[in-house]
Design a protein around this ligand. Structure first.
Ligand SMILES: [Zn+2]
Length: 379
C-alpha cells in the first residue's frame, strides 16, 4: 500500500485516493474521467442499436455451427448481464448456445433459480461443471493466508478456465460474453484485480495449500491468449455492445418473460462476494468496489454524483450479517470463525510478494490498448 499525503476525491466521479495510482488535473478531475472523455466517449453509442452489425456476426456464428450441436457457448451466472445475454443470443441473434454453468460451491439460491428459469424459458441446453469443493476450499483458504486483496481470484479463475477448457475440448469456437462497454468504464485499481495470473495462483497455492489441485480448472493467460485464440481460433463475442443495454429495462424484461429475480445487490453475486467486497476489501485494504461501479454509472449518465455519494455513505451490509457470513464462510472452508479472523488479520500483501507474470500481462494489455482492443484505464 502506498501512502498518500492527502485525501482527494475526483470532482466528476467518486473515485478517490484509495485508488493509489489516481491522478488529478487542475480541476480536480481524475485520470479515469479524462480517459473516458478522450478514449471511450467518442466511440460510445449507448442509444443506438446496431442490429445489422450484430446480424452479420450472428450469421458467421450460425454458419460455423452448421451440423454441430451448438454454435456457441455462453457462461450463465444468473445475474442480469449473462441472463440478458442468453435472451439476446436466442431471440435476437437466433443462435443455438450451450449454456455453461460453473458451480463453485458459493452460488446463491436466487442465482440458481434464475439460471433454471432462463434455461427453461428459452428452451436451451445447459451443462454444469461442479468444481471439486475440497480443492476450491483449499485454494480459497490459501488466498486468505496469502493476505492478498483479490480473494475472488480462485472463483473467477475456475469459472473462466472451466468454460474455455470445455469449449476448446468440444470444438465450440465462439464464446459469447456478457462483458459490455456501457457499464464498465472505470476499473478498480490494479492491485485489487485478479488478472488471471496462473503463476501467481500456483505460487500462492504452493506456499499455503495442503491439497493437490487435481481437477481444479486451470488456464493461464498464455494458453488462452495464444494457444486457444490463435491455434484453435477461439473467438469472443460481446453482443451487449451492439444493443441498447439499459440494466433496468433488461431486468424488467427478464422478470416479465421468465420470472427472473433481481439480486438484492447486483454486485454481490453470492455470500462470498458479499463478504469479500462488502467487508474484507473495505476493512483490510480500504477499498470499496462500489466506487468504480458507481463512477462508471456517473460517466454513463445513469446517476448523479450526489446520488452516488449518498449510496456510498450508506453501508447496506449489516454488522450482524457480516458476522453471520464470516461464520458461514469459515465453516465452509473447514475452520472456525476465530481461526478465520486470525488469518485475515495478518499483514497485507500484494501480488508483488509472490511469483507472478503481471509485467507480461500488463505489457499484453498495453499492446491491446495500442491496438484499441482495450480502452479502459490500466495503470
Ligand atoms: Zn473521475
Amino acid at each position: 500500500m502506498m501512502n498518500r499525503e492527502e485525501y482527494q476525491r475526483c470532482s466528476k466521479c467518486v473515485m478517490d485516493t484509495s485508488d493509489t495510482k489516481i491522478s488529478f488535473d487542475e480541476n480536480g478531475v481524475c485520470d479515469h474521467c479524462r480517459n473516458f472523455e478522450k478514449k471511450i466517449k467518442p466511440f460510445w453509442k449507448p442509444q443506438e442499436n446496431r442490429f445489422e452489425e450484430l446480424e452479420q456476426i450472428s450469421k458467421v456464428i450460425r454458419k460455423a455451427g452448421k451440423g454441430k450441436e451448438y454454435d456457441c457457448i455462453l457462461g450463465l451466472s444468473g445475474g442480469v448481464d449473462s441472463s440478458y445475454l442468453a435472451y439476446i443470443a436466442k431471440e435476437v441473434m437466433h443462435l443455438r448456445p450451450l449454456i455453461y454453468v460453473v458451480d463453485t460451491g458459493w452460488n446463491l439460491n436466487v442465482a440458481v433459480e434464475n439460471i433454471e428459469k432462463i434455461v427453461k424459458g428459452l428452451k436451451l441446453d445447459m451443462y454444469t461443471d461442479v468444481v471439486n469443493w475440497k480443492e476450491m476450499a483449499d485454494l480459497q483458504l490459501s488466498y486468505f493466508k496469502a493476505q492478498v486483496p483479490f480473494q475472488d481470484a480462485p472463483q473467477d479463475h475456475a469459472i473462466f478456465a472451466s468454460l474455455y477448457n470445455y469449449a476448446v475440448k468440444h470444438h465450440i469456437k465462439y464464446v459469447l460474453t456478457g462483458s459490455n462497454r456501457s457499464t464498465e468504464f472505470v476499473r478498480p485499481p490494479l492491485e485489487y484485480m485478479p488478472l488471471n495470473d496462473l503463476r501467481l495462483l500456483k505460487d500462492i497455492h504452493k506456499k499455503y495449500g495442503t491439497k493437490e489441485l487435481r481437477t481444479f480448472p486451470l488456464c493461464g493467460i498464455f494458453k488462452y491468449r495464444l494457444l486457444y485464440r490463435y491455434l484453435y481460433g477461439m473467438k469472443r463475442v460481446f453482443p451487449l455492445d451492439y444493443v441498447i443495454y439499459d440494466k433496468e429495462n433488461a431486468e424488467k424484461l427478464l422478470h416479465d418473460r421468465f420470472g427472473w429475480t433481481r439480486y438484492e445487490n447486483k454486485h454481490y453475486e453470492n455470500v462470498f462476494t458479499r463478504f469479500y467486497e462488502g467487508y474484507y476489501l473495505v476493512n483490510k485494504f480500504g477499498y470499496d468496489t462500489r466506487k468504480n461501479v458507481l463512477s462508471s454509472q456517473i460517466l454513463a449518465g445513469m446517476i448523479s454524483r450526489d446520488e452516488a455519494l449518498s449510496i456510498l455513505s450508506n453501508n447496506t451490509y449489516e454488522p450482524e450479517q457480516i458476522e453471520q457470513d464470516k461464520e458461514y464462510i469459515a465453516k465452509k472452508l473447514g475452520i472456525n470463525k476465530e481461526e478465520f479472523e486470525n488469518i485475515i488479520s495478518g499483514e497485507n500483501k500484494t501480488w508483488m510478494d509472490y511469483k507472478n507474470v503481471m509485467k507480461l500481462i500488463l505489457f499484453g494489455a498495453k499492446v491491446c490498448r495500442f491496438f484499441g482492443i482495450e480502452s479502459r484505464n490500466l495503470r
